[in-house]
Design a binder for this molecule. Structure first.
Ligand code: FES
Ligand SMILES: [Fe+2]
Length: 416
C-alpha cells in the first residue's frame, strides 16, 4: 500500500473520497438510551461532523447539526421544550421532525420554511440511533440479521477508541491475532465452555511457549463486502464484513447461542465508535447467556473502555504478567472486556498507522484483501459507481462457528 492509499482509507471528512462514500450509508451513531425524553441534548460526532440528538417529552427523536443554522451557536447548549429544541442565543425553535417553528430574529411574517433547519434524517432500531448525513434523500434503511429485534433479542455497548477506524476493522480481518493476543484471555474467560472445548487444539509449535493453531485462511468478495474463513485443526470460523463497518464474528459453536457483531464507525480521522452487539433471533436472550453475561460486566455501556486509557497505559499489569497470570497484562481479569481492551490497546498503540512500511505474513491475507476491497469501493464510487453493498440483501448474513470434532457436552456457555 502506498502513502496516498494509506491516507485515502483513513481520511473520512466531508469532501474526501472515503468520507463521501461513507456518507452514502445510514450510520449507527449512538445508543438510544443516551437520549432521554425532555433532558439535555446529546452532542455526538461522526465522520468529523458534529450533531445533537434530543428527545421531546413525547419520546420523538430529533437530530440536527450541532451548529445552529442562524449563527452557529451550539445546539448542545439548547433547551428541549415539549417536543422541540430551542437555541439559547436568539431563540430559534426546531421541531423533532425537522421544521423551524420560531425565529425571533425575523419579522413575524417571514417564511420560516425557506430557512434552513439543520435537521438530519434519523430512526431507531434495536436501541440504536441511526442517522443519515449525506445530501438529498436517504437510501432504504438497512436490514441486518440483527434488525428489528426487541429488548430480548439484542444488547450492546459502545466504546470510544482513540484510533483510526480502519485499524479497528483490520483487527477483525486479522482473525489470527486471537490465537496470540487473546490466547490466555480466551482460555481464562471461556474455561469449561463449549466455545473453549472447540477452540484450541493445544498443538505445540516448536520453539514456542504458547500453544496455538496455525490456520488456513480464505477470502471471497461479495456484493456487500467480504466473506472470509479461518480453518485449523479444531474449527472453521466464517466471518462476514459488510460495507462499510459491520463485521459478524463468531462466539460460539452452538447455533442457538447469542451471536456477535462489531461495528466501527469513524467519529473522525483519529477516533472510532466501537459497537459490540450481541443478538439472538432464534430464542430470547437468557440472563446467563453470552450477551447478557458479557454486558453485565461492563461498567458503562456508553463508553465501556473509559477506565483504560493511553495515559494510564491501559493499566497494563506488569506484575501479573511476570507472575504468569496474564499474557498481555491489559485490563486483566475482566472477561470479555479484557478481550475488547486488548484490541483497543493495540489499535491505539499503533498510532496513525503507516501501511507503507509493514512486513505482512501468511496470516495477513484477509487484512490485505480487506484494504484492497475498501480502496476499490472508494475508487469505484468516486468514478460514478454505486456505493458497494448499499442495495444488497444482507438480512441473513451472519458468522458461523463450525467445530471439527464432536466434543463432550460442556457447562453452559458464559462469558464470566
Ligand atoms: S445562533 Fe441560534 S438562534 Fe441565533
Ligand atoms: Fe481481537
Amino acid at each position: 500500500m502506498n502513502e496516498l492509499e494509506n491516507e485515502t482509507i483513513m481520511r473520512v471528512g466531508k469532501g474526501t473520497p472515503t468520507g463521501e462514500l461513507l456518507r452514502q450509508y445510514w450510520i449507527p451513531a449512538l445508543r438510544s438510551a443516551r437520549v432521554e425524553p425532555g433532558r439535555s441534548p446529546v452532542r455526538f460526532r461522526v465522520l468529523g461532523q458534529s450533531f445533537v440528538a434530543w428527545r421531546g417529552a413525547d419520546g420523538a427523536l430529533g437530530i440536527m447539526d450541532e451548529a445552529c443554522p442562524h449563527r452557529g451557536a451550539s445546539m448542545a447548549q439548547g433547551i428541549v421544550e415539549a417536543d422541540c429544541i430551542r437555541c439559547i442565543y436568539h431563540g430559534w425553535l426546531f421541531s423533532a421532525d425537522g421544521h423551524l417553528l420560531e425565529a425571533p430574529t425575523h419579522p413575524a411574517t417571514a417564511r420560516l420554511d425557506k430557512l434552513p433547519s439543520g435537521a438530519r434524517h434519523c430512526y431507531e432500531d434495536g436501541g440504536m440511533v441511526w442517522v443519515w448525513i449525506g445530501d438529498g434523500e436517504p437510501p432504504a434503511r438497512p436490514q441486518f440479521a440483527f434488525s428489528g429485534l426487541g429488548d430480548d433479542g439484542i444488547v450492546h455497548a459502545t466504546g470510544i477508541v482513540r484510533a483510526n477506524w480502519v485499524q479497528m476493522l483490520e483487527g477483525l480481518w486479522d482473525t489470527f491475532h486471537a490465537q496470540i493476543l487473546h490466547n490466555r484471555t480466551n482460555r481464562q474467560t471461556f474455561a469449561g465452555t463449549q466455545r473453549l472445548a472447540n477452540y484450541f487444539s493445544d498443538k505445540e509449535r516448536p520453539n514456542s511457549k504458547m500453544l496455538y493453531d496455525f490456520p488456513d485462511l480464505s477470502v471471497e468478495s461479495t456484493e456487500w463486502g467480504l466473506r472470509y474463513q479461518s480453518s485449523d485443526e479444531m474449527k472453521e470460523l466464517n466471518y462476514a464484513w459488510i460495507m462499510p463497518w459491520y463485521v459478524h464474528h463468531t462466539v460460539s459453536p452452538d447455533p442457538m447461542d447469542d451471536k456477535a457483531v462489531q461495528i466501527h464507525v469513524p467519529i473522525d480521522d483519529d477516533h472510532t465508535l466501537f459497537w459490540q452487539l450481541m443478538y439472538n433471533r432464534n430464542v430470547p436472550m437468557k440472563p446467563d447467556g453470552f450477551g447478557r453475561k458479557t454486558f453485565g460486566m461492563f461498567p458503562d455501556l456508553n463508553n465501556f473502555r473509559s477506565e483504560y486509557t493511553p495515559e494510564n497505559k491501559w493499566l497494563q499489569d506488569r506484575a501479573a504478567q511476570e507472575a504468569g497470570e496474564t499474557f498481555t497484562g491489559i485490563a486483566t481479569g475482566r472477561g470479555a472486556l479484557t478481550i475488547l481492551m486488548e484490541d483497543i490497546a493495540i489499535a491505539e498503540g499503533q498510532g496513525w498507522l503507516d501501511r507503507t512500511d509493514e512486513s505482512l505474513g501468511a496470516t495477513d491475507i484477509v487484512v490485505h484483501r480487506g484494504r484492497k476491497a475498501l480502496l476499490d469501493a472508494v475508487e469505484s464510487f468516486a468514478s460514478g459507481g454505486p456505493a458497494l453493498g448499499l442495495a444488497a440483501d444482507v438480512s441473513d448474513v451472519e458468522a458461523v462457528f463450525n467445530p471439527k470434532h464432536v466434543q463432550p457436552q460442556q457447562a453452559p456457555v458464559t462469558a464470566g
